[in-house]
Design a protein around this ligand. Structure first.
Ligand code: FES
Length: 123
């Protein structure tokens, strides 16, 4: 099913809402890339679980509908800026009918685990 019949709203870092269509099974990172949504620094590692720039904050009700979380995602989330109880990494969340029409919040700022690592290594 490659129809773009789902919808997602992103509240960007500056508070502006970006609305995009999405396909079932598509990751939120893919949605952002495909629509070229202007979210500063988002998805730096292209979904390889090596950054935390795709950090998104969900409503509790939506959060509970999301798939399970891997240890790798948890480790990376730990490094995310402004972590909340309903935070996930956007590259690990796939669109389903259950979360169609949801609104997700992009944290005000980001930290890139790779950049932090590079800084540590150069010190
Ligand atoms: Fe890097 Fe999601 S894009 S962890």
């Amino acid at each position: 099913n490659s129809e773009e019949n789902l919808r997602v709203n992103f509240i960007n870092r500056d508070g502006e809402t970006l609305t995009a269509t999405a396909k079932e099974g598509e990751s939120l990172l893919d949605v952002v890339i495909r629509h070229r949504l202007n979210i500063d620094g988002f998805g730096a590692c292209e979904g390889t679980l090596a950054c935390s720039t795709c950090h998104l904050i969900f409503d509790r009700k939506i959060f509970d509908q999301l798939g399970s979380i891997s240890d790798e995602e948890l480790d990376m989330l730990d490094l995310a800026f402004g972590l909340t109880n309903t935070s996930r990494l956007g590259c690990q969340i796939c669109m389903t009918k259950a979360i169609d029409g949801m609104t997700v919040r992009v944290p005000r700022d980001l930290s890139d685990a790779r950049r932090d690592l590079a800084e540590k290594q150069s010190n």
